[in-house]
Structure formats: C-alpha cells, structure tokens
Design a binder for this molecule. Structure first.
Ligand SMILES: [Zn+2]
Length: 377
C-alpha cells in the first residue's frame, strides 16, 4: 500500500485473510507498530475483530491471530415482493440469523408496508444487536443513491417515494435500497459464483428483468435503470401490444404472463405458472413448444446483452426458470447463433441455485459491503 492504510483497510485485510496478525498487517501496510496497534484496538473495541490465541506453534509464543467477528453486529433486511415479503436478520457475514415471511400486498402503499416491516424487525431484534444497517430489495426501479423508487413495475403507489428517511426515523443506521433483481444478481454472484466477476442474472417471472454484475459490482447505470430488458422488442413476435405501448417487447411475448396467455388462447386449462410447470414436467409437447419459443425470444435479448457485456455466466431465475429444460434450450439455440464466438466460447447458461433466499442474501451483502467499506468505516 503506497499511502497510509486506514482502519477500514486494516479490517479489509483481516476479513480477506490477507493479513491476520499484527506483524503481517505491519508488513503489508508498512504502518509502524504503534499505528497498527492503534487501528487494531479500534476494531477490537468496535467488536468487528476478535483475537484467536491459537496459531501455529513455532517454539516461542504463538502470534495472536485476528479474525473478523461476524457476530459483531446484525443487519435487518427485507426483500419486498408483489404479494409476499421476506424479512430477516443477518450477521455481518450475511448469514441468516432469523427469518420470517409476511403476506402483504405492496399496493397497500409505503406507509402500511414499511410500518409492518419495521414492526417485524423490531420484534426480531429483541435481545440482539447492535443493529449496523438496513437493506431492502424492492420490485421497482430504484434511483440507488437516494433510495428513491422510480417507475414502479408493480408498486404504482410507491412512485417517487424516498425509502431511507422513512426507515432511518425509527432505525438511525445506514439504509440501502436497490431493485430486487439487482439484489438477487449480487446474491447469486457472491453466494454461488464468487469467482465469476461478470454475471448476467435474468429473472423471468410475470415480468422480465435483469441484473448485471460487471467486474464484481452491480452495474446500475446513471439513474438505476440498467438491466431493464423487458421492453426490448424481439423479431417476429407476432404484433403483441405491450402495456408500455410498443409492439413485441420481450416482456409481452416471453414472460410468464405471456406463456399463460398463449396456452389459454390454445384452449389449455392453466391458472398459474405452477400449472404450466407441471405440464412441462409431464412432457406435454404443446406446452414444451410454447416455453421453448418463449426461450428463443428471450434468447434474442440475452444474445445482445452477451455481446455487449461478455458475461462468463448467465443465470436464469424466477418462476419460469422452473421450466428450465425447454426454456434454456430455446435460449441457448439463439444465443449461440447470434452472439460472437469469443463471447460464447466459455459462456455458461445456468439455472438459479439460490432459490427464494437469494433476495435476502443479496440485501444483506448490499448493506454489509456499504458499512464495512474502507471509506465508510
Ligand atoms: Zn413494452
């Protein structure tokens, strides 16, 4: 390190395992011995680091090892869905301490929903602490810096709402808010693909959205609208009018809503996406063909994204990813045809492995990365 290392940077070295004794920290940072002691003491006092006495014996007194203390604080997180909200407390490593689900319609508005979420955190927090931060994922575009919901996909009553000040009134800690798909993309990257720094997560549910991890970070764009791929039009979509007013947006032809509509038009008795998944598992030829065609249209948009971003892995999540085989075969067919050879040489297209917990994990990481950031400490 060329300049004087801060306390936050010393914590970073301990967390990553790069330097875990005072002597190693001194060597890596070139800090003087008193300066190392000062920073380590500060971290010990804040409970972010603990001392482990055991170490490899070299004859003399073993050096005291320093270890990041994941139990040094808790973060409160919530992943808001259209009809179901997951709420949890996590430790500073992002592991869930306690989790509960709330059945509440987000359209009841920010006052009702956030009030209930905060009441739930308060109950979960009894006897625990200290609370270090709060993280939320919401099914809307979020102007990340201000935590303000922009154009809400399903949360019309939330448009323009700045969430952090409402939370900080009751919980005066850092509050971070991001789009739900971004949060899941981060959860997938850190939880399942920690070695893949370039990952594209595509959520195919009632709507289609994407989260882009580029060089290990979420790419949000200027206002937080990066990854909103649902309204990119496809070729030969058949002239379907999208709710945005354009024709043949991928959302209007390949989303779960579109798959249900197509099957019903063909006289199939399907209520929900779970019904469609059952038909796919039974190998129903017509259903498989419909899902595969949706996969091809989705593949058109993914192929362009692959050319633009060169991810090493594309992860498909959401309810429609439950119909993975026909969906991914359609996606692969088009992506390998239309993306450049270099971009697809080692490209993997996988199914989300984190499942419904991905949002919670992602929210926890979002807030932990912020509060433990060397510049924030
Ligand atoms: Zn559209």
């Amino acid at each position: 390190m060329s300049r004087i290392a801060t306390t936050g940077e010393v914590l970073q070295l301990i967390r990553s395992g790069e330097a875990t004794t005072r002597a190693e920290i001194g060597r890596v940072t070139a800090l003087s011995r008193p300066a190392v002691t000062h920073r380590v003491n500060e971290l010990l006092q804040r409970g972010l680091v603990v001392e482990d006495a055991e170490g490899p014996s070299t004859g003399g007194r073993p050096p005291v090892r320093l270890r990041f203390n994941a139990a040094g604080g808790v973060v409160a997180v919530a992943s808001l869905g259209a009809s179901r909200t997951q709420i949890a407390l996590c430790d500073l490593a992002g592991d869930v301490i306690e989790r509960t689900d709330l059945v509440i319609d987000v359209e009841e508005g920010p006052d009702a929903v956030l009030g209930l979420v905060m009441d739930t955190w308060e109950k979960l927090l009894e006897g625990r602490g200290p609370l270090a931060g709060v993280g939320l994922g919401v099914p809307a575009t979020v102007e990340y810096a201000r935590g303000r919901t922009e154009s809400a996909r399903v949360m019309a009553s939330w448009t323009g709402v700045e969430i952090p000040p409402r939370i900080a009134k009751r919980f005066p800690v850092p509050v971070l808010v991001d789009n739900d798909v971004n949060v899941i993309a981060m959860g997938e990257h850190r939880g399942v693909y920690p070695d893949q720094d370039d990952l594209l997560f595509v959520k195919v549910s009632t709507r289609i959205g994407a989260g882009v991890v580029s060089s290990g970070n979420i790419m949000r764009g200027a206002l937080g609208a990066a990854g909103e791929i649902g309204h990119i039009p496809v070729r030969d979509g058949g002239g379907v009018l999208c709710r945005c007013g354009n024709l043949d947006c991928v959302d209007s032809v390949a989303s779960g809503t579109a798959i249900l509509r197509t099957l019903r038009e063909r006289g199939r008795d399907v209520e929900t996406l779970a019904d469609v998944t059952v038909l796919v598992r039974q190998g129903d030829a017509e259903t498989m063909a419909v899902v595969r065609q949706a996969g091809r249209w989705l593949g058109e948009v993914i192929a362009s994204a692959v050319n633009l971003l060169n991810p090493s892995v594309v992860v498909l999540g959401g309810d429609v990813a439950e119909m993975f085989m026909p969906l991914v075969s359609g996606v692969r067919e088009v992506v390998y045809q239309r993306s450049t050879q270099l971009a697809t040489r080692s490209l993997k297209i996988e199914r989300s492995r984190l499942g419904p917990g991905a949002g919670i994990t992602g929210c926890a990481l979002l807030v932990i990365d912020h509060i433990l950031d060397p510049d924030a400490l």
